[in-house]
Design a protein around this ligand. Sequence first.
Ligand code: UD1
Length: 378
Amino acid sequence: MAGARPNFMKLAPIYFELKKYKQFKPIIVHTGQHYDKEMSDLFFRDLKLPEPDVYLGVGSASHAVQTARIMQAFEPVCLKEKPDMVMVVGDVNSTIACALTAVKLGIKVAHVEAGLRSFDRTMPEEINRILTDQISDMLFTTGKDADENLRKEGIDSKKIFFVGNVMIDSLLRSITVIKKKQITVIKEEPYALVTLHRPSNVDNKKTFSRIMKALSSISKWIPVIFPVHPRTAKAITRNRRHIRVLGYQYVDIRRPEYQVKNQIILTKPLGYLEFLGLMKNAALVLTDSGGIQEETTILGVPCLTIRENTERPITITQGTNKLVGTNPDRIIREAEKIIRYHCNRSLNRCNRRSQRKRRPKYWDGKAAARIVRVLRNT
Ligand code: UD1
């Protein structure tokens, strides 16, 4: 089961691993939580996934309506296909909706990326994570800290399997493709790469304009490339008058003639490979995404997370991540430190020195194989 952009790179390695064994007949169900070409189709293409076997086409709505629609549409699929197991990934509304539907029909549920906790229940994802873990029969985790979180919530150790990070399976596989194809969407160096989409950052006018102000200051030093999530695009439109003074423009970054000086460069959401290519060569990444904190850790790219907490603390202790919150002065100060450290004084050339410390255990490209091994042995 998958539904939203961050699900697809987690689903792909598991699907391909399952396909190696005759005993498994994986069926891909796409809920349609994300439906734009840039948020879905490009990912299926880049990950070489086949078309979903079932497309529920639920689309966007409030949390209650979206979750209910997914459950309503997924139940007949379960009744028709009678699967032995429903496997859900991540922490989006599709994750909890499909898990809940399956468990009520007496179908076993496996949750991939279980046990992550931000301990911030104002995040919709935190609620999805806690509830999905409570009703899952098999919980596959990316780190020992997640195992510990699950045990503290009373989950039987026998259900917990520390297998590593499937998103890194996709990353490592795709990096070789990027190298071969030389995917570059920007020649300017150094540059900062930004993603923002958390409701707490973009739906709140004051917070959003404070972050945009910080990005505007950073763009005076180096170009700031900002692929814009649909939720964030709405926030930009809503606050257009308010943030116009900060200097930004929408451009197609594949065209050579775009102007990047002193501007935040906004682009449409990018495909998986294009985005990885941009991230790999960035001087720094500023983000509020969960997955990008993990990907920058493996790529050795400095990451500033525009949030007060993270459900992925391992990216701080063993990776390149730093929490900077939403205070513009703090964001600017931390970005400046990275730019000065990693780039030479004139800021014309960036040597992108790797910040990598240690790669977390089992973030090695073999997590899906471990999951399938567990499934074969049970
Ligand atoms: C969802 C997930 C979040 C994940 C994020 C990744 C939940 C609760 N949130 O948040 O955990 O990090 O995806 O992107 O599941 N929209 C489009 N086209 C699309 C999809 C959405 O235009 O293909 C617009 C809709 O107007 C929608 C808004 O974006 O209302 C937000 O989409 P939604 O799926 O509700 O939440 P995300 O913010 O994407």
